[in-house]
Design a binder for this molecule. Structure first.
Ligand code: NAD
Ligand code: UGA
Length: 459
């Protein structure tokens, strides 16, 4: 008997669509998987040896499936694939709206709506439409109303199948997820999608809920994760003034199985394309239902994150600024620009805020990252006062201050004894990720300031 889903299309070849479809195609060689995107250069990159995103393990998965049962195509070629598809994933961006009602908070669904129109125009027979993008709760209603414009005899089921992968560990997360979530209104399409995931995900990890619970759960999962980071970051400030050590506090509270040890790393602040966007979406939804206390509660998670980034930039400036607060003539080495290690993604990276604040005070920056391109850095910061360094050593040469903003493993192994001579005397190292080898820095006679360290560890 022909399985219910045999031919899959995914609209959106980004950080989610590309890796997710590559893993589905890899794990299900009998399925036919097409990923389409209107960005032709992105599609060309997916079809080359230089993939458009850096994600450990991705290249191997793509090379096994591409040309066998996985293809990347442009919009025009994609139309025929949508017509033949049993299931179409929508995996396009849902950024924060920049204009119109809800600007600055609500999710912008224009790309999702354009996908729904594309599907309504080209689909034939019955198609399962799957929300893979992160949506506001009840977004499926809007998709349904667009799909209703399809011609006679064209029918749809709609599912919510939000993605929980984290960048940098995306392939591992897709291959061994904590859970897969499928929300829907009828058991048959839920079962058809669940059957695909069950090829490699244990059945008890494939959860099914109603549509609205699935949409809301995704936003809430990100909100809870972001809340943990803001919680630990708020305590990092308290540690610094009381002499406590944030790593000691985190390990003590994390030993309580009700709290758990993960996501308790104090930092310069959380970044990435989703935490802030999804928090703002949750805040907007709460406000639109008149739940102002709920909205205010989650707003504080965003505000604390902004404060942490500004606090960190102020700490970098304090020892080297003039009496008027200017950093003119000061050179600051920025180690790491990606929003976390093992990715080249700079969307909402805390480095943008920290760097802009230092530039606004007149500093010159020497920015290094292992995977972020100089074009990405320039498009966020501009060229004025910014030099892109090709090695940590080049960034550090002649620096008056150093800021570690991404936890790239190699920064933890820097040879500070060798580097000390290249820095200006008295240059302070500000570790925004608590990865720098504190002992090595002190042995080299340098000054280190780490997030959440009051300097009174009992160990
Ligand atoms: P992305 O910006 O990397 O990719 C989106 C792609 O969609 C782009 O290549 C864009 O050209 C394409 N696109 C937009 N409109 C299109 C259209 N009408 N037709 C064809 N292609 C179109 O975004 P992303 O990071 O992959 O995120 C996608 C969604 O997944 C978002 O809703 C995000 O919140 C969610 N999400 C992201 C992550 C992550 O780690 N990045 C994780 C979980 C969920
Ligand atoms: C996050 C979630 O972890 C994923 O489950 C979700 O699918 C995804 O958002 C999404 O919806 O886009 P991601 O943003 O890729 O994934 O990466 P995280 O590992 O969650 O890190 C987010 C930010 O928080 C990073 O800037 C990271 O450095 C920071 N962070 C994380 C901390 O500062 N401390 C921690 O303990 C953990």
């Amino acid at each position: 008997m022909k399985p219910l889903v045999n031919k899959i299309v995914c609209i959106g070849a980004g950080y989610v669509g590309g890796p997710t479809m590559a893993v589905i195609a890899d794990r299900c060689p009998d399925l036919d998987v097409t990923v389409l995107d209107l960005n032709e250069s992105r599609i060309a990159a997916w079809n080359s040896e230089e993939l458009p995103i850096y994600e450990p393990g991705l290249a191997a998965v793509v090379s096994r499936a591409r040309g066998r049962n996985l293809r990347f195509v442009g919009q025009t070629e994609g139309a025929a694939h949508v017509a033949a598809a049993d299931a179409v994933f929508i995996s396009v961006n849902t950024p924060t709206k920049t204009d119109g009602e809800g600007a600055g908070k609500a999710s912008d669904l224009r790309y999702v709506e354009s996908c729904a129109r594309f599907i309504a125009t080209h689909a034939k027979g019955h198609t399962i439409v799957i929300e893979k993008s992160t949506m506001p709760v009840r977004a499926a209603d809007r998709i349904k109303s667009i799909l209703a414009s399809a011609g006679p005899g064209v029918t749809f089921d709609i599912l919510s199948n939000p993605e929980f992968l984290a960048e940098g560990t995306g392939i591992r997360d897709l291959e061994a997820p904590d859970r897969v979530l499928i929300g829907g209104e009828r058991p048959e399409p839920i079962a058809a999608l669940a059957e695909i995931y069950r090829r490699w995900v244990p059945a008890e990890r494939v959860l099914s809920t109603g549509l609205w619970s699935a949409e809301l759960s995704k936003l809430v999962a990100n909100a809870f994760l972001a809340q943990r980071v803001s919680s630990i970051n708020s305590i990092s400030a308290l540690c610094e003034v009381t002499g406590a050590d944030i790593e000691e506090v985190a390990s003590v509270i994390g030993a309580d199985s009700r709290i758990g040890p993960k996501f308790l790393r104090a930092s310069v602040g959380f970044g990435g394309s989703c935490f802030q966007k999804d928090l703002l979406s949750l805040i907007y939804i709460s406000e639109s239902y008149g739940l102002t206390e709920v909205a205010a509660y989650w707003q504080q998670v965003v505000d604390l994150n902004q404060w942490q980034k500004h606090r960190f930039a102020d700490q970098i400036a304090a020892p080297i600024a003039t009496a008027e607060g200017s950093l003119r003539g000061r050179r600051i080495a920025i180690l790491g620009f990606a929003f976390k290690k093992d990715t080249n993604d700079v969307r909402e990276t805390p480095a943008i805020d920290v760097c802009r604040q230092l530039l606004a005070r007149g500093a010159t920056l020497a920015v290094h990252d292992y995977k972020v391109t100089s074009d990405s850095i320039a498009s966020e910061l501009g060229a004025k006062g910014v030099e892109v360094a090709t090695s940590p050593e080049a960034a550090l040469a002649g620096a008056d201050g150093v800021a570690v903003l991404t936890e790239w493993s190699a920064y933890a192994k820097l040879d500070w004894a060798r580097l000390a001579g290249t820095l200006n005397a008295c240059a302070m190292i500000h570790d925004g990720r608590n990865i720098v080898d504190a002992e090595a820095v002190r042995r080299a006679g340098l000054n280190l300031r780490s997030i959440g360290k009051g300097g009174q560890s009992n160990t």
